[in-house]
Design a binder for this molecule. Structure first.
Ligand code: TXA
Ligand code: MG
Length: 334
């Protein structure tokens, strides 16, 4: 039977879902089993990955996946990443080729998402891929995500567990703050290690073209060094092919001022390196540490009345590229 989608097929309304009591679960074996059962029953469960917390649903259940869009207020033309426990399971959902094998062998499990042709026979709701012929797929490294995926034994669709357009969650408390009462349960494993979403690489033309669709927690340079070749960059103005590409995204309530080398008295100061500031992403100018701290610092500085957050310049190399990508979108006109 064809799946039914709710019109209008644009941005979904939030808060029309029935409000529920969100359960904060510890990461014990019985709690993970409970989380898996809830997913099987069609509920939304937020879970930790090494990048950010994900808002999970059974990827084969259209009703459950529709609830992700509704809970986040996410436009339904924006497809979701499918999470699986290992490479063998990934092959149930995507058409494989030598380049995909190469990148998966090198970087999975880890903060890398591959976009590949979707297997016709895959048991995925077409809402997951927003009707596209491709699927974004990832094997997360976080031990709790791994245990949940093994127990669930299937594909979990999961965007970052935040309201659409707002700051991504790197702690269970961020999930409760943004989506509390719209999620059945949150598995709380403390702060995420990487702190930025996965890097997305599109594998096109059976592997002859590799395109960086979103910079993220795996540095572009690491991928290019492994390939011995440069990745193409995504640049099709007006066409959203991996929209964290929406201009305004990751946005705090506050205004954001970038590349700040001095501050005005009324600004909150987010520093990098040896600077006098309210919060520092990394005093030792370590980009891995800065990436890990970014969203949490933005959450902290954004508490209270809206103001301006001024951010130090971040070098545009390694993870700095993904940090600057997030900051530029967070600063974009809303
Ligand atoms: O680290 C991450 O990737 C986190 C964790 C939870 O895994 N997930 C995440 O999901 O960041 P989300 O929904 O916030 O971002 C997924 C991005 C979106 O920009 C979406 O447009 C893109 O992936 N995407 C999904 N399917 C795609 C496809 N078939 N082709 C191109 N882009 C796709
Ligand atoms: Mg997101």
């Amino acid at each position: 039977m064809p799946e039914r989608r709710k019109p209008p097929f644009g941005k979904t309304r939030r808060h029309s879902m029935k409000s529920m009591q969100t359960e904060l679960l510890p990461v014990t074996p019985s709690a993970i089993a409970r989380a898996s059962q809830r997913l099987r029953a069609g509920a939304l469960v937020a879970f930790p990955t090494e990048t950010v917390y994900g808002l999970g649903a059974d990827a084969s259940n259209t009703h459950a996946v529709a609830n992700i869009f509704e809970a986040k207020g996410r436009p339904s033309f924006n497809p979701l990443i499918v999470h699986v426990s290992d490479l063998a399971t990934a092959k149930r959902y995507a058409e494989w080729n030598a380049q995909a094998e190469n990148l998966a062998q090198a970087f999975w499990p880890g903060p890398l998402t591959l976009v590949l042709p979707r297997l016709e026979a895959a048991s995925l709701s077409s809402l997951v891929t927003a009707g596209a012929a491709t699927v974004a797929i990832r094997v997360p490294a976080h031990p709790v995500a791994q245990r949940l995926l093994k127990q669930f034994d299937g594909a979990i669709a999961a965007p970052s567990a935040n309201p659409a357009g707002q700051i991504s969650p790197t702690r269970a408390a961020h999930v409760i703050e943004g989506l509390g009462n719209m999620v059945s349960a949150v598995l709380d494993a403390g702060p995420c290690d990487v702190g930025l979403e996965s890097t997305i690489v599109g594998i096109e033309d059976a592997g002859s073209k590799l395109r960086l669709l979103r910079p993220g927690g795996l540095a572009r340079e690491d991928i290019e060094q492994h390939l011995g070749a440069a990745l193409e960059t995504h640049q099709t103005p007006g066409l959203i092919s991996a929209p964290g590409q929406l201009a305004s995204h990751y946005a705090p309530k506050a205004r954001l001022r970038l590349n700040a080398t001095d501050w005005t008295f009324d600004e909150k100061r987010l520093g990098f390196g040896d600077v006098d500031c309210d919060l520092n992403l990394s005093t030792g100018r370590n980009l891995t540490e800065a990436a890990c701290n970014l969203f949490h610092c933005l959450h902290l500085l954004d508490a209270g009345p809206a103001t301006t957050i001024a951010v130090s310049p971040i070098p545009n190399i390694g993870l700095g590229q993904a940090i600057n990508d997030r900051l530029q979108r967070a600063a974009a006109p809303r």
